[in-house]
Every structure is written in structure tokens, then in C-alpha cells.
Design a protein around this ligand. Structure first.
Ligand code: TXA
Ligand code: MG
Length: 359
């Protein structure tokens, strides 16, 4: 398949005539059952018609994704919601008012209009209203309901720039819209509103504290930061190894000095074996490492920058053929939960905690 690549600046609200035409063409591709990758404020999405079961099948095939892993339906306005859910509950209205358009996905009971191919056989549906201007226009031109997982091959880090969408999807889908670098860089927060109290299934930019303010008590799926609970994650997609770089990634937690010493010690012996070693460092510590490739995720206080840079860094390590990667831990602050959830998954939960040896 020949994949058309179309540049559209996503950081504006008024599009040129050519851009409007390109968005209409992309919308028509989706109406006709084709697939278009597009930017959102979180990560790039791989979009098809969420009400067309053939489109959902194509999405799974293009990603190489197991078809029991449900898709998120993206809408552009509140009028679109009642058509795809059984009931727009009071909680749904509250959090839509507080966080939509934006990086928040809610799970509600699905209506009969949504095919089970889109929901992975579940009777619930995940819905999100993105804020990215290209995403909103595309949803309107495509008929209002775009099913879109992240636009990566299954298991790889979600793309935050079009370059990595092209790497994974060129030749597999009809069109890729290059809207530049996304803002947030981690996928949306997912909250399940079909249980009481509501439960966070995937942490993200909208934090537990923000949801508490709007909904009162919310639970958090215990599997988010641990793989030893003996329970299956409530979001089917969270059970798969995700976001993984090709190199072997280990997270090292502890006091900064200890962490640097430990990583340097391991680096020396790995490099002596001829291995290519990389480090995901904080800006504060980056000068202290001895590995061949050191990438700063940002200042420790600037959690948004760390979230924004993480997936790009994991992809760059792949580009550079890094065989072993160490990362500092970034568990602090309000985004710490979301960052560590992704980092732990990328590492297959390999975490060395130096503080427990520090008696
Ligand atoms: O930010 C995002 O949410 C991005 C952009 C493109 O919007 N999309 C995204 O989609 O991350 P995806 O498919 O990579 O992740 C969707 C997650 C999966 O873990 C899936 O299992 C979960 O949402 N999910 C979808 N529908 C669900 C449902 N009905 N019940 C429980 N989990 C659901
Ligand atoms: Mg994904």
C-alpha cells in the first residue's frame, strides 16, 4: 500500500485552504473504511471509523495488535456521546466539563451502535475528546467517531513525532498526517465510570488528585505500578509488555550519588564486554555518567518535560542500537505515577532499589 504523507501544522486553529482540503481528504479515507494516522495532544493516533467493524479489524492488523485489546473512540463534541453510550451518567458530564477536550478517556457502557470489534468484545466503550486542532477537524470530516490506538506497532513506544509513525506504519495505512511534535507525550488518563467508586485504569496527565476534586473518591487499579499483585490489569491493553525499547532497560532508584555510582560501575563492566550502554538521566546528574550515550529527560522539577521526552528517548536508543539502558527513577511529583507506569512497563518491571541496601 502507498501511504500518503501530509504535513499540517497542528499548533493553530485556522487552517489554510490546502490544509482544509487535505483534512477533508483524510476524513473521506476514514469514511470509506481506510486508516489515517494523526496527531493528538497526547501521542499520535492510528484512526479508523469506530462504528465500522472492518475498520477496527484493519487497525488491529496494521498494528499487529491482539484483537482483545479495545480501542478508544475519539469524538469532537458532546452531542456525539449519547449515540455510542448506553447512558451519559452524571459523572461523565462532570468530568467532560472539567477535562474535555483533553487527555482524559472515560469508560461507559456501550450502545448497540458500537461494534464489538471496536471494544474488543467488551460491553463497555472508551471515549475521549482530544484538544488537538488537527484531531478535532479530522473527527468532524470523518463522520464523528474515530477509533484510534496509539500509532505504533504493538509493543513499541507510542510515537510523539511523525518520524516514528512513518517508521512503524509506512506502507500499512492510507495516510499519515505529520502535525509536528505532540505536547504531552504520554497517553491519556483512563477512568472507568462503570464501577463505583470510579477507577483509574491508566495514569496520565490528568492526575488522581485532579479527578478527586471533580468526582470525590476514585480508586486506582493496583496493577498500575506493580506486577506482583497476582491480578490482571482492568484495561486489557495494560497487560501487554509495552513501550519497550529493543535494548535491555533497567530502572535504578535511590539517592542520586548512589544511583550514579551503581550505573557507572555496571557501565564499566558492560563496556569492557563491548556492549553499547545508554543512560536516561535527569538534567541534574547527566554530566556524572560514563556510558557512551547519555540522554537527559529534563530537570527533576519539570515533570511535564520528562513525560514529554520519555518515548522519544526510548525510540532514539533503538535508532542508535543501544544494547543496555539504565534509567534513573522519576517517581516524584504529580506526574510521577504516569511516568513510572510507562517506564516500568518499558523495563518489564526491572527495578533496582538501592535504598533498601542503605542501612
Ligand atoms: O492518549 C491516548 O489515549 C491515545 C491517543 C491516540 O488518543 N490512544 C491510546 O490508545 O493510547 P491505545 O489503544 O494505545 O490504548 C487504549 C487503552 C488500552 O490499554 C485498552 O485496553 C484500554 O485503553 N481500553 C479501551 N477500551 C477499554 C474498555 N472498554 N475497558 C477497559 N479498558 C479499555
Ligand atoms: Mg498504545
Amino acid at each position: 500500500m502507498n501511504t500518503k504523507i501530509q504535513k499540517i501544522d497542528a499548533n493553530k486553529t485556522v487552517f489554510t485552504v490546502q490544509e482544509e482540503e487535505a483534512l477533508k481528504e483524510a476524513g473521506q479515507i476514514i469514511r470509506d473504511g481506510g486508516l489515517v494516522a494523526f496527531p493528538t495532544e497526547t501521542v499520535y493516533g492510528l484512526g479508523g471509523d469506530g462504528l465500522n467493524k472492518e475498520s477496527s479489524r484493519k487497525i488491529y492488523a496494521a498494528k499487529g495488535r491482539p484483537s482483545d485489546n479495545p480501542l478508544i473512540i475519539h469524538i469532537a463534541n458532546m452531542e456525539a456521546l449519547p449515540y455510542i453510550v448506553e447512558e451519559v451518567t452524571p459523572e461523565a458530564v462532570k468530568i467532560a466539563e472539567a477535562f474535555w477536550p483533553g487527555p482524559l478517556t472515560m469508560i461507559l457502557k456501550k450502545s448497540a451502535n458500537v461494534p464489538e470489534e471496536t471494544t474488543g468484545g467488551l460491553q463497555t466503550v472508551a471515549v475521549r475528546m482530544p484538544s488537538n486542532a488537527v484531531a478535532c477537524k479530522l473527527i468532524e470530516y470523518s463522520g464523528g467517531y474515530i477509533a484510534a490506538p496509539s500509532a505504533n506497532l504493538s509493543g513499541r513506544p507510542s510515537p510523539t513525532v511523525a518520524k516514528y509513525v512513518i517508521e512503524d506504519m509506512d506502507g500499512r495505512i492510507d495516510m499519515i498526517i505529520d502535525g509536528g511534535e505532540v505536547g504531552i507525550g504520554l497517553e491519556s488518563t483512563i477512568i472507568d465510570l462503570t464501577v463505583n467508586p470510579p477507577q483509574i485504569l491508566r495514569p496520565g496527565y490528568i492526575t488522581t488528585e485532579m479527578l478527586n476534586k471533580v468526582l470525590g473518591q476514585v480508586d486506582v487499579d493496583v496493577t498500575i505500578l506493580s506486577d506482583t499483585t497476582g491480578q490482571a490489569p482492568k484495561a486489557p491493553g495494560m497487560k501487554y509488555r509495552h513501550y519497550a525499547p529493543q535494548g535491555e532497560l533497567t530502572i535504578v532508584a535511590g539517592e542520586a550519588k548512589q544511583v550514579v555510582e551503581y550505573i557507572n560501575h555496571r557501565t564499566d563492566s558492560l563496556m569492557a564486554e563491548g556492549k553499547k550502554v545508554g543512560v536516561i538521566a535527569s538534567e541534574e546528574n547527566k554530566a556524572d555518567y560514563r556510558a557512551q550515550i547519555i540522554k537527559s529527560a529534563g530537570n527533576r522539577e519539570d515533570e511535564a518535560a520528562i513525560a514529554h521526552n520519555l518515548y522519544r528517548i526510548l525510540r532514539e536508543f533503538d535508532d542508535e542500537g543501544t544494547e543496555v539502558i539504565f534509567s534513573e527513577s522519576f517517581a516524584e511529583g504529580t506526574l510521577g505515577q504516569a511516568i513510572m507506569n510507562r517506564l516500568l512497563k518499558a523495563a518489564g518491571h526491572k527495578l533496582i532499589n538501592l535504598t533498601i541496601f542503605d542501612k
